[in-house]
Structures are given as C-alpha cells and as structure tokens.
Design a protein around this ligand. Structure first.
Ligand code: SAH
Length: 386
C-alpha cells in the first residue's frame, strides 16, 4: 500500500485529520451552571476556582474563546482548548421595533428557532426569554399554543438568549447593566421544562454568572403545582402565575391545565411559595383582558375575593390579537374599571403596556419558526413532578 497515491487515500487522510480536529469530542461549557463547570474542571485535574473564572468570562464578559480570557496562563488555555469549547447556539436575526423593543431569533437546531424580546423602560430593561420551542399548555388566547410543543430548550439555549441580548445591547453583566430583569414569559411553559430551567435560573443569579438579584428573575407559569413546590425548594426567584380567571369553569376554558390543578390547589401552592421565604415577595398574577369573556366588574370582585389577604399584585395584560383568534382586546374603560375595583379592595393592580406589536413581539405573539408541525399537547406530556 505504500506509495499508493490515489485521491481516495488523500481523502481518507483528510477525513482522519478533520475528525481529530473536529470539536465533536470537546465538551461544550456554554450553558453549564457553577456546579457542573466545577465538575468538568475536576475531571481534568483543575481547581474549582478556575471554573469560577471561566464562568465569569463566559457570562459576565461575553467571551467565548479561551484565547480571549487574558488572566489565564498559556498553559491552562492550551489544556482548556484540548478538552473544552465554549459554543453558544447560532443567532439568526435581530429586529428593532418603533418603540425601542428589540427581538432576536435564535437557531436551535433541526430548522427550528425561538424568540427573545427586550423591552426598555425608564427605570429598567426587561428581557423576555423562551423556555420551549412551542408550548403544550394550549391556552385558548395564546398564539404559541397554536403550534403545540415541539421540544424543550436546553440550558445553553435558554441562557444564550440573555448572552446574545447583552452583547447586542452593548453592555455586559460586569459594568453596565442594560438588562436589569429577566422574565420567562416568552415561548413555552418554563415549569414543564424544569430540569433545563432550574440551572438557567441559577446561572442568571450566580455572582459568577449574570449576577441578577433574586427579585429580578421571574419564572412565569400557567400553574404546574408540583413544580411550583419544587421551584420554591430549589431556588429563590420571583414567580408570576397566569391566572386569567377567578373561577374554575372559566379558567378550565382559558387555561386547560386548570383541569389538572384547579384554582384552590393553585392558590394553596401560591401560599406555600410566599410563606417559604422570610422576605416578602409578591406573586404577580397575570390576567389577560379579553373583551366580554373575563373582564366584567363581577369577575373583578371575584378576583379580589380570591386574592384577599395574599401577597399579590395583579398585572392586567390587554389581549394581543393574532390571526384566526376568536378573542378581542377589552375596551380601555373596561380595563380601567376592572383595575379600579381591585385597587378599591386594596389589591395592587397594574396594566401592562403593549409593546413591540409591529414586530410581533408582544405577549402571546411569539411563535418562532416551528418547522416540524408535529403537535404535542397537554395530554401527551407528563406534568407530575418526579
Ligand atoms: N407559560 C408561561 C409563560 C407564558 S407567556 C405562563 O403561562 O405564564 C407570558 C404571559 O403572556 C402569560 O401570562 C400568558 O398567559 C400571556 N399571554 C399569552 N398570550 C397572550 C395574548 N395573546 N395576549 C396577551 N397576553 C398573552
């Protein structure tokens, strides 16, 4: 075989070289929380504090190659390069809305994409991130529900949304905090993807990660009671609950997960959640305002009775329409009357301003690009905590 110089053998040789150089065998550190990073570093005989240093470079300073990590010795960098890679998912596009809202589309493999929205306000900058490609909760008024659930995002895909947005917005998490709040209110039900969402929340809050305070990360749920209990035990984060109706008959129609975890059970879980921490943290109850469906003064009084005595704030969200929906947005005076009744009963009530409509970035308008139309619904997925 020696001396045989066919194209075939050259190709084979090239394949061997490219396989050796291929990043496939390298462990991707992007998306690991502190615990997992330390375990990786231990596996190559490095000290835990090295993992902390890398964590800061990745999340606080937005650096994704070891060569750019200037406080590491040449020797260490070479060892890292031989074992690891820092590879965030691919960013697709960015859109800017007339009101300053920005939207990014991230490629998440298999021809799929998800959306992330930044909403700048006077006193804060809120990033709204997705936790799943599509959603299985099937809420009647949400456009993401139309596509069903395609798949869960992994932790890297969840934190990459924050990472890209921070880079694009020009600040970082070291000095200039353009993103002050992160909310899981994009596509998906975060508590239905608990195992990926929990480490993501930890990275958001970690001093070596994005370093956000506990009150500035918000997990929003349609009411997966067992996972609300787990979340309470596992991490200290603000919680928002998508209530949308004060009685079971109506909520069963709007938020079908209510058939599994009805309002009484949900409220008990909320009480356990707020009682668990020694500091007072309100739960925010989201309530989409649907014309003639859930916006009557009588329902406002029922809602006030339901939340009476609980550390609660109600966020009224004017419905954002999308093609083929049977719902309409409540009239402005109905929204004001509703809010007035709640306030009259000493319940904090705010009305969410609708932002980013022109780029389909408002609540419930995030649909991403689910190319695989195979739908999975509530009934197909396990919703009980392990
Ligand atoms: N699955 C999570 C996150 C959903 S999105 C949850 O249910 O909480 C965040 C909020 O937007 C939820 O309260 C959701 O009910 C609301 N929402 C969904 N579609 C909407 C629409 N078309 N108009 C206004 N709000 C909507």
């Amino acid at each position: 075989m020696t001396g045989e110089k066919t194209t075939g053998s050259t190709e084979q040789a090239n394949q061997v070289v490219s396989r050796l150089a291929s990043p496939v065998s390298l462990v991707n550190l992007f998306g690991m929380d502190r615990e997992r990073l330390r375990a990786q570093f231990a596996s190559i005989g490095e000290k835990p504090f090295r993992a902390d240093q890398i964590m800061q470079w990745i999340y606080r300073r937005g650096v994704d190659d070891f060569a750019g990590m200037s406080n590491l010795s040449k020797d260490l960098r070479a060892r890292l390069e031989a074992n690891f890679v820092v590879r965030p998912p691919e960013l697709l596009t960015e859109q800017l809305s007339a009101d300053g809202t920005r939207k990014w589309v991230l490629k998440v493999g298999g021809g799929q994409a998800i959306e992330t929205v930044f909403i700048p306000e006077k006193d804060r900058g809120t990033l709204c991130i997705s936790s799943q490609v599509g959603c299985a909760m099937d809420c009647a008024f949400c456009s993401t529900a139309q596509q069903g659930l395609n798949r869960n995002l992994d932790t890297a895909e969840i934190v990459a949304q924050v990472w890209f947005a921070a880079k694009a917005l020009g600040g970082d998490f070291q000095n200039e905090r353009v993103i002050s709040n992160v909310v899981f209110m994009g596509m998906g039900e975060p508590l239905a993807n608990y195992n990926a969402v929990l480490p993501a929340v930890k990275i958001l809050q970690d001093d070596f990660g994005f370093g956000l305070s506990k009150r500035r990360t918000t997990v929003s749920t349609s009411g997966l009671v067992p996972f609300m209990d787990r979340l309470r035990e596992d991490v200290d984060t603000a919680l928002a609950v998508s209530l949308h109706a004060p009685n079971d008959a109506l909520r069963n129609e709007l938020v079908p997960i209510n058939k599994k975890y009805p309002i009484a059970e949900l409220m008990d879980a909320c009480r356990r959640y707020t009682a668990h921490r020694d500091h007072k943290m309100h739960i925010v109850y989201e309530y989409v305002m649907l014309d003639g469906v859930n916006d009557s003064p009588a329902l406002a009084r029922d809602l006030a009775r339901l939340l009476n005595g609980m550390p609660a704030k109600v966020n009224l969200i004017p419905f954002n329409p999308f093609p083929e929906t049977r719902f309409k947005r409540s009239k402005q005076d109905a929204i004001e009357t509703f809010a007035g009744i709640l306030r009259g009963k000493n319940i904090l009530a705010t009305t969410r301003k609708t932002r980013g409509d022109d780029i389909d970035a408002a609540c419930g308008q995030l649909v991403g690009k689910v190319l695989n139309k195979q739908k999975r619904r509530l009934s197909d997925i396990p919703v009980r905590a392990a």
